[in-house]
Design a protein around this ligand. Sequence first.
Ligand code: SF4
Ligand code: SF4
Length: 213
Amino acid sequence: MSFDIIKGMATTLKNMRRKPTTISYPEQERQLPPRFRGRHVLHRYENGLERCVGCYLCAGACPADAIYIEAEENTEENRVSLGERYARVFDVNLLRCIFCGYCQAACPTGAITLEHDYKLASFYPEDMVYHKEQLLEPMGQATIGSNTVWFEPPSSEAAQPIPQESHVFDGFEASAAAVGLGDLPTEQPALIANEEQDEDRRKLAGGKGEQNP
Ligand code: SF4
Ligand code: SF4
């Protein structure tokens, strides 16, 4: 018996007592790590409004050009999100997506997260483009998804990026205030680099910016 056969038999005997590393999927499923990145989910606030404000930051950050958004203005009759706009169309092409999570990291409102759904096979490529209707949490569900394991929660003293319970969004002023042109108080006065340009911006803002010279 050659040495190679003895070596092979020894390896077999050594591994006979070990538990198999394979599982009988789909009857059995593996426990996924908390930061596993699967299919995207769009989230809501507890009042049912959508977190997504149609800002396109996720689409801009996506290295695979996998996100397609069409934003639309909120109106008093049809308020969908807390911002000026909401995503009327939100598609993620999972054939292009490389599950890098850049979209989740770029989102300023925690609207999009990558979750544990990895069963994404399909016979038809068009089925792999997931639409907003498939991605959005159902009404009555308001989670922050995997942001719980990716991001430290902000301290209670930290300024909130969007007005919370004590403020009311009218769809215009809050986001304008963020750039120093609204009539909500800002901590820092807006920096004026160019008087003439700033005058134009005030006119665009309907004179509201005069409170934040
Ligand atoms: S996970 Fe990465 S590739 Fe996929 S949609 Fe988000 S940014 Fe694009
Ligand atoms: S998911 Fe986030 S980053 Fe993308 S458009 Fe909506 S708010 Fe902006």
